[in-house]
Design a protein around this ligand. Structure first.
Ligand code: ADP
Ligand code: MG
Length: 342
């Protein structure tokens, strides 16, 4: 009899993670939260420990023809710190696993570590270990971040309640436009190596793609204001995908407004130049590493004048579904995105 074979893209990334996690029972009392959030939660007595891993793979997550090694090292750290922020925690340590081939010189590896160290300085992180392996399939960089959080302050993806306010930090879509511009310029260069890349207007977008910032500043600000969000997630895969995670995990519906989604003015202009829809860049682009969170209405007064925090909609009953209200007043259902990498 022929053995059954299921293709990975039949399940998608999230279906695959659901399958992996289905039969896993946590055995230890101090394993508070396992698979399914931005970081795992371990009970460390009077506080929680947080652990999160993220992997960057050459030609899947980055292309070394335009991605400087130092920036890559920086980004690999920042995206992990971002997951600790998404739990309302503080990252303190990282371990770094790196897969390399003899295509890379010692100097090249040092350059990656210069970026890693720069991020460790900026975010006050100790590099405490890792692993070094040879790789036959390009560069692999996998980082684990370890953080902590006061027990009362922990925020998961599961706590959003109907009538909560939905907020995002910073602005969205820029990292995707930066990536698009770089891939377009690479294509032009491969067709004609005399062509000089035209990146002048795209500095901000490219910087957002190459050196995303973990929003520690927002976590500190919320802490200062004594606001504990009811749910939170970082925006790695695009706003749509993260809204659906909050919806699924909190068992709630979502209603957000197109005209409230924060998109930088410059990004509108650049999107036009590239013939892209800026809303789609924000919704489906990803890699902005901003925070998406919900707060109860009583906390709204405290955040409404903070520049870097934008109210984009509200949480509703699960039966009402997940919708984006367009500028024209039309409600469009928010749908899951396919898996980009397969
Ligand atoms: P994020 O985008 O915040 O990094 P992911 O979507 O990568 O989160 O992961 C979601 C959850 O699934 C996390 O709890 C993560 O630890 C877990 N996870 C992802 N891949 C695996 C895996 N291969 N084995 C076990 N857990 C995994
Ligand atoms: Mg995350």
């Amino acid at each position: 009899m022929k053995k059954e074979r299921t293709e990975i893209n039949e399940l998608g990334e999230f279906g695959l993670i659901d399958l992996i996690s289905k039969d896993i029972k946590l055995k230890h009392k101090n394993s508070v939260l396992g698979i399914g959030d931005d970081a795992a939660i371990l009970d460390a007595g009077n506080e929680y420990l947080l652990i999160s891993s993220d992997m960057l793979i050459e030609n899947v997550h980055f292309d070394l023809t335009y991605f400087p090694l130092k920036h890559l090292g920086y980004k690999a750290v920042a995206v992990n710190i971002s997951d600790i922020c998404a739990m309302n925690g503080t990252a303190n340590q990282i371990t770094v696993n790196i897969g390399i081939s003899n295509r890379f010189s010692v100097e090249a590896i040092q350059e990656i570590y210069n970026g890693i160290k720069e991020a460790c300085e900026e975010y006050n992180i100790d590099l405490v270990g890792g692993d070094t392996c040879s790789s036959t399939s390009g560069l692999i960089l996998s980082i684990t971040a370890i953080g902590n959080c006061k027990k009362d302050n922990i925020v998961k993806r599961t706590g959003a309640k109907p009538n909560d306010i939905i907020c995002v930090t910073g602005n969205l879509g820029a990292a995707f436009l930066g990536l698009k511009k770089l891939t377009i310029e690479k294509k032009l260069f491969l067709e004609d190596s005399n062509i000089k890349p035209e990146l002048k207007d795209f500095q901000y977008a490219i910087q957002r793609q190459m050196t995303p910032k973990a929003r520690i500043d927002i976590i500190n600000k919320l802490n200062e204001l004594k606001i504990v969000p009811t749910s939170m997630i970082d925006i790695s895969d695009g706003l749509a995908s993260e809204l659906l995670h909050i919806s699924k995990m909190s068992k709630v519906g979502i209603n957000v407004f197109e005209d409230k989604i924060p998109i930088d003015k410059e990004i509108y202009n650049l999107a036009e130049k590239l013939n892209l829809n800026p809303l789609l860049a924000a919704f489906n682009g990803g890699e902005d590493y901003e925070l998406l969170f919900t707060i109860s209405q009583k906390d709204f007064e405290k955040v409404k004048d903070i520049n870097e925090i934008t109210y984009i909609g509200y949480v509703q009953d699960i039966n009402k579904g997940n919708y984006l209200v367009t500028k024209a007043g039309e409600s469009i259902e928010i749908e899951a995105q396919g898996w980009k990498h397969f």
